[in-house]
Design a binder for this molecule. Structure first.
Ligand SMILES: *Cc1c(COP(=O)(O)O)cnc(C)c1O
Length: 474
């Protein structure tokens, strides 16, 4: 499968292979990589997936995307291995909350949030591709909680990767911090930075902009714009649809959305042929996407803290992948619009583009009060405890569902124990910690702390990364 950048307006655009796209993350022109065409899953293909395991379906769905880069037997082994440690035999089980309304539980991986489903595969992909290229990378990222722990869990012990995750000191939950700081692998570094998440993010951007530093340490990223993460997320949409009767029956999904990566994967599944009726986006008070789909206005506001911090975002980077489709592949138009977005804070969209977008997605804004009310309502109705992100999906699903004969599947993106304080506010008690989290509370932590200072952070990384010891090569 050849990949192209959403901002490459040359004819033909440069085409890259999967391994190049994996390691690059963002395209040098600032665009996002997308497959040059969508592989298809026919009705017969979907039928053949009925009764198959999560890993078997994952191999079938992802193979067209990695074809020619990783030998089939090896890919099968990597995929099987990635999901073998998940704590539920179905990997992504469905639970019926009320007739026709389902929860897709995506918190059965090592850090109990849905990012594990992609990152467990991406960590293995990095090791495989780096070994073939005989090189090392230094992964650098900023985290407000879930990404950092999932990325560290996915790459801890990877021979050819060193990972440095910056988090804002004192501003992430104890569980989230301990998931990073109790990892003992020598290649994993969680660093507390004095400041906010945005300060951490700015430090990371500055490190990427420092070309000698970036090249010297072969700096890379595993953030949600990485194509490989989207690819891995397509899988659970296919799994859920097939379990509820695809191809004979359509389903709908409701997705708690921040960076638009997860819900774009649902869109990709639909493009590939999975019968999906509705895609509902749930946002919190940071509602730029909800304002776009409901009011035709994509205008950046200020980021406000909420009970669902993993969705506290104003610019949804992955939206550019959809925008490229709305513009029928006009890369020059995408580039101009994104430049305008950065300059004015408003993304231009014509009436026709907006109408097309609203045929594909609907969106609802669920504020903190409504989030707590949904957690309480589901707890009373069914005894299920939702985390705030999952509650937003359920609330949005109920608001936007327009055909009761089509099953609606809300994505549960985190285990409630990761957000115990919010849950306690809603139902008067903290969720019980699963054994893996309870054990974390007893383990010693490694907690290096650094000031909000680029030089200090770069010195720390230089001193601990292995990529520079022999240049970038092994
Ligand atoms: C990252 C995250 C989201 C948002 O997903 P996007 O792909 O950024 O839209 C939602 N819920 C939880 C728990 C997350 O960690």
């Amino acid at each position: 499968m050849p990949y192209i950048s959403t901002r490459d307006s040359r004819t033909p655009p440069e085409s890259l292979a999967f391994d190049e796209v994996l390691l690059a993350g963002l395209a040098p022109d600032g665009g996002l990589y997308i497959p040059s065409s969508w592989p298809t899953l026919t009705a017969a293909d979907l039928k053949a997936l009925q009764g198959k395991s999560y890993a078997e379906i994952a191999v079938r769905v992802t193979t067209p995307f990695i074809d020619g880069v990783i030998p089939a037997a090896e890919w099968e082994r990597m995929v099987t291995d990635a999901y073998a440690g998940f704590d539920h035999p179905d990997v992504a089980p469905l639970h019926e909350l009320e007739p026709g309304l389902f929860l897709l539980e995506l918190f059965h991986g090592p850090t109990l949030a849905f990012k594990d489903y992609a990152l467990q595969l991406v960590g293995r992909l990095f090791d495989h591709v780096l070994a073939k290229k005989r090189t090392r990378v230094t992964i650098v990222g900023a985290t407000s909680g879930d990404t950092g722990s999932a990325a560290i869990a996915a790459t801890a012990g990877c021979e050819l990767v060193d990972i440095f995750m910056l988090y804002p000191k004192g501003r992430i939950s104890e569980v989230q911090r301990r998931q990073m700081t109790t990892v003992t692998a020598a290649n994993a570094h969680a660093i507390a930075v004095e400041g906010t998440f945005d300060d951490c993010q700015d430090l990371v951007k500055a490190m990427f902009a420092d070309v000698p530093f970036r090249q010297g340490l072969n700096i890379s990223a595993v953030n949600s714009i990485n194509w490989a993460r989207i690819m891995a997320q397509i899988v659970y949409y296919v799994v859920a649809a097939v379990r509820l009767g695809a191809p004979d029956r359509a389903v709908s999904f409701a997705v708690p959305t921040g960076n638009f990566g997860n819900v774009f994967a649902a869109h990709a599944a639909r493009r590939m042929g999975v019968p999906i009726a509705q895609l509902v986006i749930g946002t919190n008070r940071n509602d730029i996407l909800s304002r776009f789909f409901n009011d035709h206005a994509m205008t950046i506001g200020t980021v406000e803290p909420s009970l669902s911090p993993s969705m506290d975002i104003q610019v949804s980077s992955n939206f550019e992948r959809l925008y490229y489709e709305l513009k029928n592949g006009d890369a020059a138009g995408v580039t101009a619009a994104m430049t305008e977005f950065r300059r004015t804070g408003t993304l231009p969209a014509t009436e026709a583009e907006w109408r097309e977008a609203t045929k594909l997605f609907s969106a609802a804004r669920i504020d903190d009060e409504a989030t707590l009310a949904e957690i309480a309502a589901i707890y009373r109705a069914d005894g299920t405890v939702l985390d705030p992100h999952s509650a937003i999906a359920v609330a949005a699903a109920k608001l936007k569902r327009h055909d009761k004969t089509v099953p609606m599947i809300a994505l549960a993106t985190a285990h409630p124990a990761k957000f115990g304080d919010a849950v306690e506010k809603a139902i008067g008690q903290k969720p019980t910690l699963p054994p893996s989290l309870a054990a974390l509370m007893q383990l010693p932590e490694r907690k290096p702390e650094l000031p909000h200072d680029l030089g200090a952070v770069q010195n720390y990384i230089r001193a601990h990364a292995r990529a520079h010891t022999v240049g970038a090569a092994l």
